[in-house]
Design a protein around this ligand. Sequence first.
Ligand code: ADP
Ligand code: ZN
Length: 526
Amino acid sequence: MTSPALSVLERTFGYPAFRGQQAEIVEHVVGGGDALVLMPTGGGKSLCYQVPALVRAGTGVVVSPLIALMQDQVDALTAVGVRAGFLNSTQTSAQRSAVERALVSGELDLLYLAPERLGTASAVDLLDRAAAGGGLSLFAIDEAHCVAQWGHDFRPDYLRLSVLHERWPQVPRIALTATATAATRREIVQRLDLDEAASFVSSFDRPNITYRIEPKQQPVQQLLRLIAAEHDGDAGIVYCLSRASVEKTAAALVAAGIPALPYHAGLDASVRASNQSRFLREDGLVMVATIAFGMGIDKPDVRFVAHLDLPKSVEGYYQETGRAGRDGLPSTAWLAYGLQDVVQQRRMIESSDGDLAHRRNLSAHLDAMLALCETVECRRVRLLAYFGQESAACGNCDTCLSPPQSWDGTVAAQKLLSTVVRLERERNQRFGAGHLIDILLGRSNERAVKGRHEALSTWGIGTEHSDVEWRGVVRQVLAQGLLAVQGEYGVLTATDAAGDVLAGRRPVMLRTEPERQSRSRSRSSR
Ligand code: ADP
Ligand code: ZN
């Protein structure tokens, strides 16, 4: 017994069987039902709409924000004999007319459409003519999380997609995404009118990825050590926050003999395209990129994804690390993050346009990311919990493999916070982490002399910890919301919660920094 869907899968795509929930999803959409599909990157979302579009009569319309990939997708489909076309702003009007004619006369199985086109009267008219001509088999809304206003990929054009249901209510819709927390999921359902849709939620676990997060000291050296020790000759992606650090890091890798290419929005489109296609086609290249790189990239053998700067959200982190190991083989997701990341991001949020609600939202995303970084529990448990999935300790992340020690940092936090509070109250002065640590360690400098900081009661009271340890304390105290970042210089101020710590009402548990851990280990082994 072979269903029409299975024979399309075999004959057209050459695959013997559906994967995971594909069969159920395809059957549901073939039957005319609406669907919301949450499947991690690499899970096989495309076939969920491509197969039904071929089984049902008429053209399947795929709304996708990934304009740069449309040509590739259409080429790949054409190569297996599927009649596919796309409409976006990169085409000449002659090219567009040809696709439109084919669509209206029912000669297309699949049409990829940029979301901004749907807002135009001419596109609505075109789809009306297509519906009356060859018919519409389905609407697929790819990257559906782009409809979520507070999400990190929000596209205003996606809000217009409710027109699909209003105008062509009989055409089934399938919304797909790899990133959706419960809140984003609700927003997708609400904004796209998918209350009646069946939800298909796949597991988000990527068991072959080893998650590791470590404090940032000399990020490029740390990265070089990682590559030398575990990923020599492997393909990988290195994410940096700024264009400048992309350039610098790529140059450092090349200087160290590692074939690396830069990718960011400041490069010429032709350079970007050529670097991307080299990365996809050649073996063992390392792409150093801003997050402008990667959406929709399907390279199965990316062995490591490294973040040299802290991602802005857990969703971003999951999506970016998810580009590793799509072939199922062991892969590494490695992140180095430090005090400066927290200061910088808090400062960016504070100075961002947008109202209070927007800034709060960005803060909440950052806090969740920081919690993942500072956790002493299994990273994967935390990560999956963020996507609403329960799991047990994985045995394949840094905290499982070498459980971090934690220590009672209440006294250290009190010393730090009282320094901040005294400077604010007694001197009306605020400083960044570096100078606060100088005060705690009693390291004199021009600023200390000028500000008479040697007279502070907290001068030099922190010598039981090293500089690195203090940076860890500041970072974690900041991550726990006991300190806040203020102004364009990123000075630190105490929050209301700091009062509880100073009053001894709230203990502060801290993760042991690797340096401290190895020191105490070597001490105890003596
Ligand atoms: P997603 O869009 O969810 O990231 P894709 O649709 O691009 O994932 O699929 C990822 C890879 O898995 C592709 O190379 C695709 O051809 C392959 N794939 C998907 N479904 C199947 C299947 N049923 N059998 C074999 N390979 C599949
Ligand atoms: Zn784990």
